[in-house]
Write a protein that binds this ligand. Sequence first.
Ligand SMILES: [Zn+2]
Length: 296
Amino acid sequence: METRGKRLLPLLLPLLAAAVAPYAVARDQREVVKVSGAPEGVVWVVQLSDLHFSVHHPERAYDFRRYVGPALAMVNPALVLITGDLTDGKSKDHLTMKQNEVEWIEYENTIKDIIEISQLPVRTFYDLRGNHDSFGVPLSGGSYDFYQKYSINAKLRRQGRVQSITLENGGRKYLFVGFDNTMEIGLRGPTNLFGHPTDEQIIELDQAFSQWDTDFVTAAVTKIAFGHFPMSFTALTESGKSMKDIFLKHSLSAYLCGHLHARVMKFRVRKTALKKQLTLKSFGSGRWVIGERVEV
Ligand SMILES: [Zn+2]
C-alpha cells in the first residue's frame, strides 16, 4: 500500500498543481470590485506619489497623516494608488543612499492611521516600490528589502511585479494594472533613475491588459496603468521591447506615475473622475513639500 502510494504521488502532484495554478492566476487577474455610491458609470480613484518619508523630515509623515486621512474619508475612493518612493533613504547631506528601517516603520504606522481615519478597506490601497525604496537593496526579497516587510502590497501577499484590479459601475469596467519595474538589484542613486522592465514583465503586462478582451465581455473597458517611472525614464527590455508598445496596443486611457516632482508640482493628491474620458483634478496639497527640489 505504501509502495503504491509512493508511486502515485509523483503523478498526483503535477495534476494537483495543474488544477490549482490556473485557477489562482485567473482569480487574481480578474478580480472585480463593484462600486456603489458614485454616479452610474463613474469611479473615484486617488493617486498619491513620492511620499519620501524621511528621518530628516518628520513633518512629511506628520502632514500626510493630518491631511490625507480626512481627504480620503471625504472622497471615499474605490482605489488609492501610491506610486512609489514611499521612503526617502537619503542621508541629511544627500550623499549616502540606503534603506532606513525607521522610515519604513514610520510609513507602516502612518498608513495604519490613514486607513483608520479614512475608514477605507486596506485592499483599496496599492503601494508600489520606487527607486528610493530600492537604494542599496542587494536582493529583491532579501533581508534589506524593507518594502517586502512593510508595504501594503507585501502584507496583502500581492505577489509578483504586476497587479491588476477591475472596478465596475453601471456596466462599465475600469481595468487598473500596476507594475514595479525598478531594477532587481537595488543600486544606489543616481544609477537607478530609470525603470528597467524585463521581457517577462512585458508579456505579463500584455496578459493583464488582455484579461477582458473576449467575445463574451461586451461591457466597455477603460484601461489605465500605474507605475513609478514616467515613460521618458523607462528603458527598453533586454530584447529591445518598449512598454509604450503595450500601452499603445491596448489603447490605454491613462498612465499614472510619479518619480519626477518639482516645487511647482507640489505634493500631488489627485482625485480622478472616470467618465467617458479620464479627467484628473488636483484638489489638495500639503505644506510639507514647500521648498522641495526635483528629487529623483
Ligand atoms: Zn523616484
